[in-house]
Structure formats: structure tokens, C-alpha cells
Design a protein around this ligand. Structure first.
Ligand code: NAD
Length: 490
């Protein structure tokens, strides 16, 4: 596989200033799949300087939006051309099934296409002027230099949500992917170069959060930080970004409730409750890990889940019959194990899973069995905190009011679901649910033109949709007096 395995700064493929490198590990077998530069603050500063110069002195911000859209559309076409290679690289790096990665690549190309189409359709506005012979207009301009920091769970998908809207609106940028999973992002920077993104406009720095990420967050030449990742990191970035009052877009964690009423279509709700969590081994910000099930069907529902979970096929993402791959790293596996131990100590009942698999073929990978806890109470750590793994907690409810109360009992507010055949009840519930996305009789569905983001501590701002492009613009009011006259006050 041809991959540059370098950083991309000011139109050049470069190693780290320090010469340091980092091995990228396949989570299925711990083999080294690539060795990439380990950049630090100095690499980040060089990239920020390039992006600053391209914004302040380059042509990109004033390039007609239609032309920027054409380049971004070309990126979508190149992603489609290289879809299979990108999907296999993503699976190698993250452990998820290739089938899932292929779906990601379709979505990613779709995001670039969507924003390419929007490029020249955002427009401005003429507003009524209080002064005769004058023009009052509102225009949208690029914010400037954008720092973009992404997580390891959906590396290229999360990158696409940031790259495409930033580019079409005429910003310049420095991206830092997760140090664990940078490979598809490197590849897409190759494709962006091929598509004709001008020198200095898009820069890629590889390295750790506390070095490269911290520099992006605190450097005064960065005007906006768009971050997707955990809550603790998000708070640090928010603090660092106050140095020059950067614009902030934060996509943080989620602990997403999925309410199952007794009148829901039972089989579909069981199936989708599983789909809502166990894709990519539960390492999804919007995973419906908090199941809230009506008492009258609780036992039957849990039994049905457990029977299905016992049959899951764990294995290599490259085997066609694999349903669930490994977790991302040894550290993350240890974190999930710790949460499960805490759940047991706090009195939850382990219905299935709760350990690493015994299969000898899986011992080199970071595998964990799909796990379901019952008898969960809302104040338990496993109900409140993001284990970010294949772990479901089940709570019981007796009334609609109680279900909504349990659903809202979280510092997070990213997403949630309601399963019922009573449409009036469904609408009543979702009106009270404090989350950025709520699904009725579905779960985890998202698409480029629907806004995505969180209420409460799940974040600030929105990605995708028109709001996702607006994050990358500053609004300017221009007042033009066509017949100026003296006021003669002073
Ligand atoms: P993380 O916060 O550990 O890391 C995310 C990124 O931040 C990485 O690139 C990391 O290097 C960088 N980083 C770490 N410390 C930093 C610092 N001090 N300054 C600047 N950057 C720093 O998160 P993760 O473990 O990679 O991802 C999992 C988290 O991401 C989960 O909480 C998940 O819910 C969240 N997530 C949210 C969404 C969403 O749309 N809301 C999507 C995907 C993932």
C-alpha cells in the first residue's frame, strides 16, 4: 500500500522536526502497520505559520466559492476512486470491519459532496436600512486559521465533517488527527493535494494531544478550534482557547438513552438496540448504551438481547463473517475492564459478557465480550460515565414521565431514541428529551444535511448541515452610505 507516512506542511511532505517517530499498531494483532512522524509544538507552529500566511496573503479566502466547491467535489471523487484502499486502511488502523469502513467512505465522500454543493449557495442578505440612500448588507466571511483535532473512533469521518466546510468557506487549516489512527487522514491529504488545494491552505501535523493539540489550542494565530473527542480534553481546550478568545466548536462525549416502550415492535427494537451500541465495539459517541425499558417487557427484552449477544462473531475486521472487532488499544481495553468491575461493585447484575473472550485466536487483539448489565440505577458510574466500549446498562421504568426523567439524568445530551407505536406519546417524549439528536423508532442514523451536536456537556456548536458550514464563517454587517452628509453635532 502506498502511503506517504509523513506530515503535510506548507505543501511539502515532511518528517517531524525532532526526527521522532511513532509506530501505528493494528488492534487486531498488535503488529506495526506504519511508522509516522511524531510531531511536536515546533511542527505545529510551522503549520500554523503556513496556514496564517495562506489566509492573510494567499488567494484562497477570495477565490470564488464555486471554484472552491469544484476542488472539494474533486476530493469527493478521489475518495470514491480510492474507496476500497481507504476502507481497508481504516479497518487496519481501527479494527472495525471492512464492510463498516466501506460505509464510512461512502458517507465521507457524501459529506465532501454536500459541502461542495453548498459552497456557492450560502449567500448573504440585504437588510432594511434606516438611512435613505444607503445599502445595508450582511455577508459571511471565513473565520481565518482553523485548528482541527479529531478522535480515533471514526478518524476520517470526523475529519471530513471539519475539512469540507472549512475549505468551501475559504478558511485555511491545520489538522491533527488522533495519534493512534492517523493513516486515512494522511491519505486524504494526499488526495486533497491531487485535487488542487493550494499550498499552505490545508496542513497536517501528526503527534500527541498534549504537544501538537495543546499548541493548536493556545496559539494566538489560530482563530477557531474545532475539536471532537472526550469531555476532559474538551474542557482543557476550551480553557487554552480563551487566550485569544478563539471560536470554539466542540463535539464531546455522549451517554445516550434509548427508551423502549412495551408497545414498540419488539423484534425491531431488540435488533436496533443492539445495532445502536455494538458497531465498532461500542466505540461510538452516539452509542445507545443506556437502555431504558418498560417494566412489563423488561425481562423478555433483556433475554432476547442476551440470546443474540451470545452469538456475536468476534474477529478480524477483514473476515466477512466478523460482526465485532477489537477495541482500539491496550489502554482503552483496561479502561473498559475497569468500568465493568466498577459496575459489579456498585451492584449491577451482569447478564452477559463482562470479560475478555477466551478464544485463543483473539488473544493478540484488544477484544472484549459484548456486555449487558441489568438492575442498573441512574446514579451508578456505569450509567453516568462513558465506558466507550461494548457495554450496555439496562434500567427499568413504569411511566412515561419516569422514562423521560431517566433519559435526561445525565451531564451529556448528544443523542437518544424512543421506541413506541404510539406517535403522540413519541412526540411528547422527544419534546422533553434534552439531546441534539433524537430518533423515533430508529437509532444512530445521521446524514450530511442533518445537524449533529450536543446539548449540555456534549458540546458547543453543530457539525453537518447548514449549521456545520456556518461554524466556519464570521458574519459581517456592511453599511454603505451613498450620500454622506455632515451631522453638525460637534
Ligand atoms: P480524546 O479527547 O482523548 O482525544 C481526542 C483528540 O484530542 C486526539 O487527537 C488527542 O490527541 C487530542 N488531545 C488530547 N489531549 C489534548 C490536549 N490537551 N489539547 C489538545 N488536544 C488534545 O478522545 P478520544 O479518546 O480520541 O475519542 C473518544 C471520545 O471522543 C469519546 O468521548 C467520544 O464520545 C468522543 N467523540 C465524540 C463525537 C461527537 O460527534 N460528539 C464523535 C466521535 C467521538
Amino acid at each position: 500500500m502506498s502511503l506517504k507516512q509523513q506530515q503535510y506542511i506548507n505543501g511539502k511532505w515532511v518528517d517531524a522536526n525532532s526526527g521522532h517517530t511513532r509506530d501505528i499498531i493494528n488492534p487486531f494483532n498488535q503488529e506495526v502497520i506504519a511508522t509516522v512522524p511524531e510531531g511536536d509544538e515546533t511542527d505545529a507552529k510551522a503549520a500554523i505559520a503556513a496556514a496564517r500566511a495562506a489566509f492573510d496573503h494567499g488567494e484562497w479566502p477570495s477565490t470564488p466559492a464555486t471554484e472552491r466547491g469544484t476542488i472539494v467535489r474533486k476530493i469527493a471523487e478521489l475518495i470514491e476512486r480510492d474507496k476500497e484502499e481507504l476502507a481497508r486502511l481504516e479497518s487496519l488502523d481501527t479494527g472495525k470491519t471492512v464492510e463498516e469502513s466501506r460505509g464510512d467512505m461512502d458517507d465521507i465522500a457524501g459529506v465532501f459532496r454536500y459541502y461542495a454543493e453548498l459552497a456557492d449557495k450560502m449567500g448573504g442578505e440585504l437588510i432594511d436600512s434606516p438611512v435613505p440612500n444607503s445599502i445595508s448588507k450582511v455577508v459571511h466571511e471565513p473565520v481565518g486559521v482553523c485548528g482541527q483535532i479529531t478522535p480515533w473512533n471514526y478518524p476520517l469521518l470526523q475529519a471530513s465533517w471539519k475539512l469540507a466546510p472549512a475549505l468551501v468557506t475559504g478558511n485555511t487549516l491545520v489538522m491533527k488527527p488522533s495519534e493512534i489512527t492517523p493513516l486515512t487522514t494522511i491519505k486524504v491529504f494526499e488526495l486533497m493535494e491531487e485535487a488542487g488545494v493550494p499550498t499552505g491552505v490545508a496542513n497536517l501535523v501528526l503527534g500527541a494531544g498534549h504537544t501538537v493539540g495543546a499548541e493548536l489550542s493556545s496559539n494566538v494565530d489560530v482563530d477557531l478550534i474545532s475539536f471532537t473527542g472526550g469531555l476532559v480534553t474538551g474542557k482543557k481546550i476550551m480553557e487554552a482557547a480563551s487566550v485569544n478568545v478563539k471560536k470554539l466548536a466542540l463535539e464531546l462525549g455522549g451517554k445516550n438513552p434509548n427508551i423502549i416502550f412495551a408497545d414498540a415492535d419488539f423484534e425491531t427494537a431488540v435488533d436496533q438496540a443492539l445495532n445502536g451500541v455494538f458497531f465498532h465495539a461500542g466505540q461510538i459517541c452516539s452509542a445507545g448504551t443506556r437502555l431504558i425499558v418498560e417494566e412489563s417487557i423488561h425481562d423478555e427484552f433483556v433475554n432476547a438481547l442476551v440470546e443474540r449477544v451470545k452469538k456475536f462473531k468476534l474477529g478480524s475486521g477483514f473476515d466477512e463473517d466478523t460482526q465485532m472487532g477489537p477495541l482500539i488499544s491496550a489502554e482503552h481495553l483496561a479502561k473498559v475492564e475497569k468500568y465493568v468491575e466498577t459496575g459489579k461493585k456498585e451492584g449491577a447484575t451482569l447478564a452477559v459478557g463482562g470479560s475478555r473472550p477466551e478464544d485463543p485466536e483473539l488473544q493478540n487483539g484488544f477484544f472484549y465480550l459484548p456486555t449487558i448489565f441489568t438492575d442498573c440505577k441512574t446514579d451508578m458510574t456505569i450509567v453516568q460515565e462513558e465506558a466507550f466500549g461494548p457495554v450496555i446498562t439496562v434500567e427499568k421504568f413504569r411511566s412515561e414521565e419516569e422514562a423521560v426523567k431517566l433519559a435526561n439524568d445525565s451531564i451529556y445530551g448528544l443523542a437518544g431514541g424512543v421506541w413506541t407505536n404510539d406517535i403522540v406519546k413519541a412526540e411528547r417524549c422527544v419534546a422533553k428529551m434534552r439531546m441534539g439528536t433524537v430518533w423515533i423508532n430508529d437509532f444512530n442514523l445521521y446524514f450530511p444535511h442533518a445537524p449533529w451536536g450536543g446539548f449540555k456537556q456534549s458540546g458547543i456548536g453543530r457539525e453537518l448541515g447548514r449549521l456545520g458550514i456556518e461554524e466556519y464563517t464570521e458574519t459581517k454587517h456592511i453599511f454603505h452610505n451613498l450620500k454622506p452628509e455632515s451631522i453638525n453635532w460637534f
